[in-house]
Design a binder for this molecule. Structure first.
Ligand code: G6P
Length: 615
């Protein structure tokens, strides 16, 4: 998703901005640009595609001394929403060669504003919603307003979700920044200041960060920072000291971040587990804060992979705690009238903590009078700050767009919520809880053993890399996992993939089966395996290329399958209860290796963004 960065008061600001943009690359983008002020001149550089194109252009101009790297610059990575990927639509967008703006979000009323501005003589060079912002600045500056006043007037007329930064040749020592729903972090330096879409993008410049709150705007100079709230009151926002290692992100010797993140799972999962236990071995989840002083039902909202984690959480909470769980896509929940009858709380799940749909679902839940809890990976993110109660996955920075270690960490939190609720409402006894603790201790080794399936998964990937379509089937816990496996595969390999409940095949999807279509089933002996294998048999009879990834007993029963991958031997109850976490590994490995075989951009797949800050 779009990322913004700015530097003021530090030499070679444009170079520093580019460094910041590199740290935002993981969010996904399709063009990039920078603008800076050289005395009374605006310098703008833009390029389509990867940041290296912009860097090459920049280096060339610097070597020819055609670009002056001064002390004030803004930059942007664009994920196209309004208008195709082109230099014209790339940011910064300018007006009159005097004002430049970088923007993340959507200006919803841009069409009417644009019409008025055109009637007033302003010429638009892009088809973006953003371009109204620099023209509005020009209009208000021409009317005699200073930069701060002009920014305030712009904010009065634009509607939508946005974070933007503006510079103007008329105010060469000032940045105007504003935040409404889209995240903005301001970094405090020594006689210099920095702005970024997240703390990570400016952590190489300072560790002292202020997060603007919704409706805030600020005038930033070298040595001063004036922040105003939505009512234009001057406000103090807390300075947070970010981790010194937040900016140190590397692939650790792996070819892709995704591979590193998959292989980190055995070592990072214990961190999430550890954070959820107190010293006396009790579970460190405050059920009162979660809204469960009494038994009631629970709504969980999320998007993408986090949504599939939510579905698995439903299965666990209903089985282990006997508590009804409703799972909703965040983007749907906020636009319908959900009934909160018998409910006290809403749980949202988000790796980034910035997905706008999920944030809005949380706010909507609050409006409906529910207690809000968030499972987030990024501490200090908007969702983390706005939730009444947060449970953190301790997965560390996840850079690859396709979520892997965050997903399994989210599952750990959901599983322990289920156990905690089950215990509180006497649905499980102390023996069972002790057993579960043993299973959690066994989990890292089990995950490491699952990763050893890699060679077999590589062989499987070679068999399906040229398929036009792939179907995943699952029953019980393996149903949401089938949905997640399909999402993972389509996200990074661009192969059309769908997940279905095994029993649902005969109600429609079976019409899709044709000779050679790969139908993949994750399966373990859970008491329902015979039913699932019958469904698989139906696909086999119609010519599908049946692939089974499961335990030995299941593989024996599915002897007709063309490809069989046996998972390591594990205790039956452990395997059955924690199967979604275990089976996530082959699902992730498969998506990764099919994509690698196909040569796609694994870490930054086309059209996708890591942090989706638009609706
Ligand atoms: C985007 C990504 C998905 C991700 C989803 C939710 O759509 O492409 O991979 O699962 O956002 O992200 P969140 O940060 O809220 O978990």
């Amino acid at each position: 998703m779009c990322g913004v960065v700015a530097v003021i008061g530090k030499a070679e600001a444009s170079s520093l901005v580019i460094e910041g943009l590199k740290k935002l690359e993981y969010r996904g983008y399709d063009s990039a640009g920078i603008a800076s002020l050289d005395k009374k001149k605006l310098q703008v550089l833009k390029s389509e595609g990867k940041l290296t194109n912009l860097v090459n252009q920049f280096d060339l101009l610097i070597s020819k001394k055609s670009y002056n790297d001064t002390e004030i610059a803004i930059g942007h990575t664009r994920w196209a929403t309004h208008g195709n990927v082109s230099i014209e639509n790339a940011h910064p967008l300018t007006s009159d060669n005097k004002v430049a703006v970088v923007h993340n979000g959507i200006i919803e009323n841009y069409a009417s504003l644009k019409k008025t501005l055109i009637s007033e003589g302003y010429v638009f060079s892009s088809v973006t919603d953003t371009e109204v912002i620099p023209h509005l600045f020009t209009k208000y500056i021409k009317q005699g307003n200073d930069f701060l006043e002009s920014g305030k007037l712009v904010l009065k007329v634009i509607k939508g979700a946005f974070a933007f930064i503006a510079i103007s040749v008329d105010f060469p020592d000032q940045l105007f920044v504003s935040r409404n729903s889209s995240p903005i972090a301001i970094g405090i330096g020594d006689k210099c200041n920095f702005i970024g879409s997240d703390a990570q993008s400016i952590a190489h410049l300072t560790k002292r960060i202020i997060y603007l709150e919704d409706g805030d705007y600020a005038l930033v100079k070298n040595e001063t920072l004036d922040i105003f709230d939505a009512q234009s009151n001057i406000v103090d926002r807390q300075i947070i000291h970010v981790n010194s290692d937040i900016g140190l992100i590397n692939k650790g010797g792996y070819k892709h971040f995704m591979k590193k993140e998959m292989f980190e799972q055995p070592s990072i999962i214990p961190q999430t587990i550890g954070s959820l236990f107190n010293e006396d071995q009790s579970i460190n989840i405050n059920l009162d804060k979660l809204g469960f002083t009494n038994k009631s039902s629970l709504t969980i909202c999320a998007a993408g992979t986090s949504f599939y984690a939510a579905l698995i959480g439903k299965y666990w909470i209903e089985q282990i705690a006997d508590i009804p769980v409703l799972v909703d896509l965040a983007s749907e929940y906020r636009y319908r009238k959900p009934s909160v009858f018998g409910q006290t709380s809403i749980l949202v799940i988000s790796q980034s903590g910035e997905s706008l749909d999920t944030l809005m679902a949380l706010r909507y839940g609050k409006e409906l009078g529910l207690t809000t809890t968030a499972i987030v990976n990024v501490t200090g993110s908007t969702i983390d700050r706005e939730a009444d109660y947060s449970l953190h996955t301790k997965a560390g920075p996840e850079i690859a767009v396709a979520s892997t270690k965050s997903f399994t960490s989210q599952l750990i939190v959901l599983f322990l919520i289920a156990v905690s609720l089950g215990k509180k409402f006497n649905n499980i006894d102390a023996n069972k809880v002790n057993k579960i603790k043993q299973y959690l201790n066994m989990l890292p080794l089990a995950l490491a053993n699952m990763l050893k399936l890699e060679d077999q998964i590589i062989a499987l990937s070679q068999q399906i890399k040229n398929s036009k379509s792939v179907i995943f089937l699952g029953r019980g816990y393996m149903y949401p996992l089938a949905l997640e496996a399909a999402l993972k595969l389509k996200e990074i390999s661009y192969i059309h993939a769908e997940g279905f409940a095994a029993g649902e095949m005969k109600h429609g999807p079976i019409a899709l089966i044709e000779d050679g279509l790969p139908v993949i089933m994750f399966i373990i002996s859970d008491g329902y395996e015979d039913k699932s294998i019958s469904n698989l048999q139906e696909a086999h009879s119609r010519g599908a290329k049946v692939i089974v990834i499961g335990d030995e007993a299941c593989l024996k029963k599915a002897s007709f399958a063309e490809i069989k991958i046996k998972i390591p031997d594990i205790d039956d109850e452990f395997k059955s209860l924690l199967s979604p976490i275990l089976m996530a590994i082959p699902a992730q490995l498969l998506a990764y290796h099919v994509s690698r075989e196909r040569g796609t951009d694994i870490d930054q797949p086309r059209n996708l963004a890591k942090s989706v800050t638009v609706e």
